[in-house]
Design a protein around this ligand. Structure first.
Ligand SMILES: [Zn+2]
Length: 91
């Protein structure tokens, strides 16, 4: 029997590929969060949470690169998909 180990070796040898996949997932979530928070704000203009919706809209909008790491500002709102991804990973 011949085991196919090409996928394992690619992910081990090429960390750039792994980082690229991670950034693609992050970008997908950002698009969802951006549209989601905009719709929430548009549909509920009289809501008490309008400021939270706006904060969620601008969540992780800019990245600052320093010391080999990228930093961003997060809103930490329960309805923000970006922040929920982070919270899920921490559990
Ligand atoms: Zn957020």
């Amino acid at each position: 029997m011949c085991k196919d180990t090409t996928n394992k070796t690619i992910s081990k040898e090429n960390p750039i590929k792994k980082g690229e996949e991670s950034l693609k997932k992050k970008a997908k979530t950002k698009i969802i969060a951006h549209n989601f928070s905009r719709k929430l704000a548009e549909k509920n203009p009289e809501s008490k949470l309008i400021k939270a919706y706006e904060e969620s809209y601008f969540c992780s909008n800019t990245y600052t690169v320093g010391g080999g790491k990228a930093h961003s500002h997060y809103c930490h709102r329960p309805f923000c998909p970006i922040c929920q991804r982070i919270q899920t990973a921490q559990i």
